[in-house]
Design a protein around this ligand. Structure first.
Ligand SMILES: Cc1ncc(COP(=O)(O)O)c(C=O)c1O
Length: 387
């Protein structure tokens, strides 16, 4: 696959989240870009230059696609109706029946289902790999292997995968390395800088950041994004203009939100690690985290996601969940409000207890998405709920 990276950026990241992809402005232009809710656009009779919302080429989608490409340092980007839509269309643009995909065994539950149930029905074979095993990827290669898919940091265990070995392998073989970078956001990690070919996000999470938009993003080369667009068009995975408009609004504060979430999460993780009720705290910014050295090397920030295991198991988790007051118990993540969820009831609900334990999610496992509330207030709520 040709390189999907663009030349160096013209502005710093904090500026790009606000302005990348904008044209020149003139007196009388609105500072806030208008929402163009129209699905249809008048055409020259006889022209095939069709603008239509499902084609992903209408004004609000177009603006945000340019900006997201700039943030990931990619040639091009496409916004889709959800993170799952992005993963499905992003991979279907690379794989055909008879092809083989290698994927990390540490995946968001919905992605696991897509790969292990839907793709298998389509004749695309998927092998799950323990990525922390030496030579894991190379040993499971087949001549039909077309791509490697990883998620990093991993939902919900916050494991961080080393990009070095896997990206050298995909370059050597000329196959695609696809990274779901939802947990990091481009503030903390830009996979294309580490040898990935494709970056996927659930934009529902940090990119939008306000728990009010469902969306997804795929970034890569222009020819590849054209292929993804064909999948988006026929599978009907395009977002509505209003979703794009809201996503643009959310993106403007991405840098400040994530910097603050990084700082609060580091403090909370250190505090949680010292609590007697907590058996283990998983946060890449902790020296005790198994991938701390990789995280220091590859990430620009350790992120707003923490998970922890309560010594009292499922019963302690039930008690904790009922006691939180400021923090809400809700699925999803990456927004301004602090949320907790239990993967056994949400992202990994379809896994058996044994399968969950195999991927590092025992009962009593709590995922914490740190929001923008004052860190002392979040800590006080955690403390009263743990006690
Ligand atoms: C890592 C990751 N990837 C993809 C998705 C799917 O995103 P969406 O819910 O926007 O379809 C999620 C959702 O939780 C996720 O956590």
């Amino acid at each position: 696959m040709a390189s999907s990276r663009k030349p160096p950026r013209p502005h710093a990241f904090a500026t790009l989240v606000l302005h990348a992809g904008e044209g020149a402005h003139a007196a009388g232009d609105p500072v806030v870009p208008p929402l163009v809710q129209s699905v249809n656009y008048v055409q020259e009779p006889g022209s095939d230059d069709l603008m239509y919302t499902r084609y992903g080429n209408t004004p609000n989608a177009d603006r945000i696609q340019k900006r997201l490409a700039a943030l990931e340092g990619a040639e091009d980007a496409l916004v889709l109706a959800s993170g799952m839509g992005a993963t499905a269309c992003g991979l279907l643009a690379l794989l055909r029946p008879g092809d083989h995909l290698l994927a990390s065994q540490y995946l968001y539950g919905g992605t696991y289902r897509l790969l292990m149930e839907e793709f298998q029905l389509m004749g695309i074979d998927v092998t799950l790999v323990e990525p922390f095993e030496p030579r894991a990827w190379r040993r499971r290669l087949r001549k039909e292997t077309r791509a490697i898919f990883i998620e990093s940091p991993v939902n919900p265990t916050c494991r961080v995968l080393d990009m070095r070995g896997v990206s050298l392998l995909t370059k050597e073989l000329g196959i695609a390395l696809v990274v779901d970078s939802t947990f990091a956001s481009p503030v903390n990690f830009r996979p294309l800088e580490h040898g990935a070919d494709v970056v996927i996000h659930s934009a529902t999470k940090f990119l939008n950041g306000h728990h009010d938009v469902l969306g997804g993003v795929v970034c890569g080369t222009t020819p590849y994004i054209d292929e993804v667009r064909q999948k988006e068009i026929v599978w009907g995975q395009t977002p509505d203009p209003f979703a794009c408009w809201l996503l643009e609004r959310g993106l403007k504060t991405l840098d400040v939100r994530v910097q603050r979430q990084n700082a609060s999460a580091q403090r909370l993780a250190q505090w949680l690690e010292g609590r007697k009720e907590v058996r283990r705290c998983h946060y890449p910014g902790l020296a005790s985290h198994p991938d701390h050295a990789i995280a220091v090397d590859q990430l620009d920030g350790f992120g707003g996601m923490i998970s922890f295991e309560l010594g009292g198991g499922a019963r302690a988790a039930d008690r904790f969940a009922k006691r939180i007051k400021l923090i809400r118990y809700a699925a999803s993540l990456g927004g301004v409000d602090t949320l907790v969820s239990e993967p056994r009831f949400s992202s990994h609900a379809r896994f058996s207890p044994d399968e969950r334990a195999r991927v590092g999610i025992p009962d009593g496992f709590i995922r914490l998405s740190v929001g923008l509330e004052d860190c002392d207030d979040i800590m006080a709520d955690l403390e009263q709920a743990l006690r």
